[in-house]
Write a protein that binds this ligand. Structure first.
Ligand code: GUN
Length: 297
């Protein structure tokens, strides 16, 4: 029998409907319209596409969205000036600087310049530290937060489970491990993090009750690496050549879907899995930023 499909598309729709209500209530109750600014430096086609999708999704929800597009030769100081202007702008509650930035700009410096209360990406060291110590108010990075929502809303609460995360990036693997460890709904898991130097990856992934894969290697996780009955979330989005398709490529995850779906209890597809959740959680963080600003005056 095939596995339950955990549809990020359906869960994203559910959350967006809830957020739309919250945006309407904010507007009615306090006259505040959440505002999101996206900053794009250069002409990376993938970044252009992602930023376009983020702005459209925000606008569809009633969030004010402002896109600032800067040329590839923008200096670090100019970019820091733009961020500083957005920090001071009362109509902007969330700031997202699309990564990667051109090589001549220090990414860390720019991320640290964003005010933590407007850091809807959750990349500022203050937000990273609060997540790591599970203390105070913080913004969680969008992709990991989306994975947690997918698990809890599909009936697979990680509490008490052995969760194996494959990948230790700052955007996905590390913050995901921190979210899974929290003493909170969606947390309380026993967490193992694997990476490129993990010895005998298959023996570790086979020990997972919940397996989350974010390694960026197309279809690396095969059925023999997954325990029967495991829950599998695939964070990978890879393009692989496929001459049989009109476009000449197809999009796949890090998990060999057809094979793993035969042994797993539940699995998220690619596309239509984690992808739609990332933008949704960005919108959720923006609404949260506007609400916090409203309640704190
Ligand atoms: N580039 C790839 N993923 C992300 C993300 O989640 N946020 C930002 N700002 N840039 C990215």
């Amino acid at each position: 029998m095939g596995a339950q499909i955990i549809s990020g598309r359906d869960i994203a729709d559910e959350i967006r409907a809830e957020l739309k209500d919250r945006v309407a209530h904010l507007k009615e109750g306090s006259g505040v319209t959440p505002g999101l600014a996206t900053v794009l430096v250069g002409e990376n086609p993938a970044s252009q596409m992602y930023v376009g999708m983020k702005n459209k999704a925000a606008a569809d929800m009633g969030i004010n969205s402002r896109q600032i597009t800067l040329s590839v030769d923008t200096s670090e100081d100019e970019l820091l000036g733009v961020v500083s202007g957005l920090n001071a702008d009362p109509g902007i509650h969330g700031i997202l600087v699309q990564l990667p930035l051109p090589d001549h700009i220090d990414e860390g410096k720019v991320l640290e310049a964003i005010h933590p209360s407007k850091d809807v990406d959750g990349f500022h060291p203050i937000n990273v530290g609060r997540l790591a110590t599970d203390s105070g108010d913080f913004f969680a990075p969008c992709t990991p937060a989306g994975v947690i929502e997918m698990l809890t809303r599909s009936g697979h609460d990680p509490s008490g489970k052995h969760v194996v995360v494959v990948g230790r990036s700052n955007i996905v693997g590390r913050p995901l491990a921190a979210l899974l460890l929290r003493k909170a709904i969606g947390g309380n898991a026993t967490v193992t993090v694997c990476h490129s130097l993990t010895v005998d990856l298959g023996s570790v992934t086979r020990s997972a009750e919940i397996l989350i894969v974010a390694m960026g290697r197309p279809e690396m996780i095969t059925a023999e690496m997954v325990a029967p009955g495991a829950i599998v979330i695939d964070v990978g989005t890879n393009r692989v050549d496929d001459p049989s398709r009109d476009k000449g490529y197809r999009v796949c995850g890090d998990v060999l879907f057809d094979e793993v779906a035969e042994v797993a209890e539940a699995i998220s597809p690619v596309p239509g899995g984690v992808g739609p959740m990332t933008i949704t959680m960005l919108l959720a963080n923006t609404v949260k930023a506007a609400s916090l600003r409203t309640t704190s005056g």
